[in-house]
Design a protein around this ligand. Structure first.
Ligand code: ADP
Ligand code: MG
Length: 613
């Protein structure tokens, strides 16, 4: 007993020392302010007792919150009637638990997870204290309600009455605003195509309606369990959810690639390499032979142009959208998967994927919301600030197609359906792959007519590559040699992990791997890209400007009305973005003649097929 009062006393000391201003605000503005935020870092740093209290918050948060309430009762400034209504929230926890590492050990403990919001439901009242009355004798019963199943009294507690059914009195009961949320691991934390895991979260009271799908957040709360019930039978299995205590924006280091001083030195050295462009292009999908222009363009997409906010309040995207249309079996999908792994934030999805959210976002009534509307983020929202690789784009749903216009140009996704209106952000670069209309290109029909997408959508791509697969002895041999090399290298690497290789195999591995190994290791390239995006915002020189304008004007006169891609001012913007990306690759603050030349060469190979002859 002694110990308990001690702890409450310690909380009184802490609160009156570090939370005085908040308490005064709650006192003054209640019920509009009714949440007390305890800064975990401050608590931990507030001496020996603070350290102990901090541990208690993590290990026994239920008890800690009870103690804090007792302490609030002693701090006479806040009336007893209010103490029960104050939310005790803890934030600024320094240890993040990975969602996939959550185990039964964590039940009842305070945990912090970081990730991206996948779904949210509407905000709805949830009953927390249900008052029942007996229609016979008027006896009332109050039951506190947890999350999930509604609990009802068996029968009237009055021994003289014994009526079976009591009636709920909603007016006398207490409700709280409640919202269900699903958070998923961030794509950058995943390696090699792992499926992201999710955790369900319940937000209550003033935390509801604050979080939208696509938001990157750190969520702190108490992990709770709920017994599974199937067809009225209780199971021994439990589901878990996070009872949300606070939500914050993630720190930089959780968000982005960490770059040490040594990394920076290596990055600067690499930027001065005379073969920089070849090495970077060669590091993109090295196991795929050829396709050098596509790879060069993908390199530019990784770096991206500069997003600009104009004085009139409008915004120009810096992200470069790219489409690969081609015959089956020419490594389009492989290329997409590779890019997703290279990008600090990549998401791979298929246009015909089965998820209800599709590419943009949807509002549906599904069982997640138990009958209320749920807003779910699709791939382009999840890929915010990264690259969304969308395979089989020609097979996407109609709804997605129209939403894609906004997502690609404004980089937002608007949803207005039933009770839900929301605008989500989708600031990502899109790398799409599609097959031609009839599955493969028909040599007797103009290629342009075989691209199965409307001009309005096509014009939003900065680059469109047409990839045909026509037999060609020389090229076919080279591809065959290359594929076999890749297989041999893979085989030898597998063997070498089992035991030492023979001298002959060691020599073979060294000789063959040159062709299929990236000149720049993926980890290094990822850092290089992150560094360039973070630190370099190139400006166009007069020289480059004149070249780009002259090329654009020539395009306008060449443009063929019968081609699927209209030549509009969008192409000029694409040239600028690509020029910026080209300059960024060598960490240059200026877009120069060489950049303009490179960009015009690439854009011209694309447009020659889809916009003019
Ligand atoms: P797509 O998506 O274009 O239909 P895939 O990406 O599924 O084709 O590729 C089919 C297979 O052919 C893959 O295993 C890929 O590695 C191989 N392949 C196709 N073209 C090449 C190439 N140029 N170099 C190496 N492998 C290739
Ligand atoms: Mg494919």
């Amino acid at each position: 007993m002694e110990g308990v009062t001690d702890v409450v006393g310690e909380w009184v000391t802490f609160l009156s020392r570090y939370c005085r201003r908040q308490l005064a605000e709650i006192e003054r503005e209640f019920p509009f302010r009714r949440s007390l935020y305890i800064d975990y870092q401050v608590l931990q740093a507030s001496g020996k007792s603070g350290l102990r209290l901090a541990d208690e918050v993590i290990d026994r948060p239920g008890k800690a919150i009870g103690d804090i309430r007792d302490a609030l009762r002693q701090l006479t400034a806040i009336g007893e009637d209010r103490v029960g209504a104050i939310n005790v929230r803890v934030h600024a926890i320094d240890r993040i638990t990975a969602i996939r590492d959550i185990r039964s050990f964590h039940i009842g403990r305070f945990v912090s997870v970081s990730g991206i919001i996948r779904k949210t439901t509407e905000v709805r009242p949830r009953i927390i204290e249900a008052v029942f009355a007996c229609p016979g004798c008027g006896t009332t019963v109050t039951l506190r309600q947890g999350y999930g199943q509604f609990e009802e009294p068996e029968n009237c507690p009055n021994p003289e009455c014994n009526r079976r059914k009591l009636k709920l009195l909603p007016v006398k009961s207490r409700f709280v605003d409640s919202q269900k949320i699903r958070i998923q691991e961030s794509p950058e934390g995943l390696r090699g195509g792992e499926r992201p895991q999710t955790l369900d979260v319940e937000a209550t009271d003033d935390l509801t309606g604050m979080i939208a799908p696509g938001d990157r957040v750190v969520l702190n709360g108490i992990l709770r369990s709920k017994q599974r019930v199937t067809y009225g039978t209780k199971s021994t299995l439990f589901d878990i959810y996070l009872d949300l205590s606070s939500a914050e924006s993630p720190e930089r280091e959780f968000e982005e690639v960490n770059i040490s001083e040594e990394d920076e030195a290596a990055i600067l050295a690499l930027s001065r390499d005379p073969d920089l462009y070849e090495r970077i292009t060669g590091s993109i999908a090295p196991s795929i032979y050829g396709n050098l222009e596509v790879k060069e363009a993908i390199a530019m997409q990784l770096f991206g142009g500069v997003a600009k906010d104009l004085p009139d309040g409008s915004r120009l995207r810096g992200d470069i959208h790219m489409l690969l249309v081609g015959d089956p079996g020419i490594a389009k999908s492989q290329m997409l998967r590779y890019v997703v792994q290279l990008s600090p934030r990549g998401v791979y999805t298929s246009g015909k994927s089965s998820t209800s959210a599709g590419l943009t976002a949807t509002a549906v009534k599904d069982d997640f919301g138990d009958g209320s509307w749920t807003l779910e983020a699709g791939a382009l929202v999840i890929a915010d600030m990264g690259i969304a690789a969308v395979d089989e784009m020609d097979k996407m749903a109609k709804d997605d197609r129209s939403a894609l216009h906004e997502a690609m140009e404004q980089q937002t996704v608007s949803v207005a359906k039933a009770g839900i209106t929301a605008t989500l952000r989708s600031r990502c670069a899109l790398l799409g792959a599609a097959n031609p209309k009839l599955g493969r290109f028909d040599a007797f029909v103009p290629i342009a007519e075989q691209i199965n997408m409307p001009p309005s959508l096509l014009s939003r791509f900065d680059l469109i590559f047409v990839m045909t697969d026509t037999p060609n002895q020389g090229r076919d041999t080279a591809i065959a040699e290359h594929i076999i090399k890749a297989h041999r290298v893979g085989e030898l690497i597998m063997r070498s992990s089992a035991g030492p290789l023979s001298d002959e195999h060691t020599r073979l591995l060294a000789a063959e791997s040159v062709a299929v190994e990236p000149p720049i290791a993926p980890d290094m390239l990822r850092k290089y890209v992150a560094y360039a995006k973070r630190n370099v915002t190139p400006l166009i020189t007069d020289d480059a400007r004149e070249m780009l304008i002259a090329y654009y004007l020539r395009l306008r006169t060449l443009a063929d009305e019968n081609k699927p891609v209209p030549v509009t001012a969008r192409q000029l913007e694409a040239l600028i973005r690509l020029g910026e990306a080209s300059a960024r690759i060598r960490l240059s603050e200026t877009v120069e003649r060489t950049d303009a030349e490179r960009v015009i060469r690439i854009v011209d190979t694309c447009l020659r097929q889809v916009a003019y002859d």
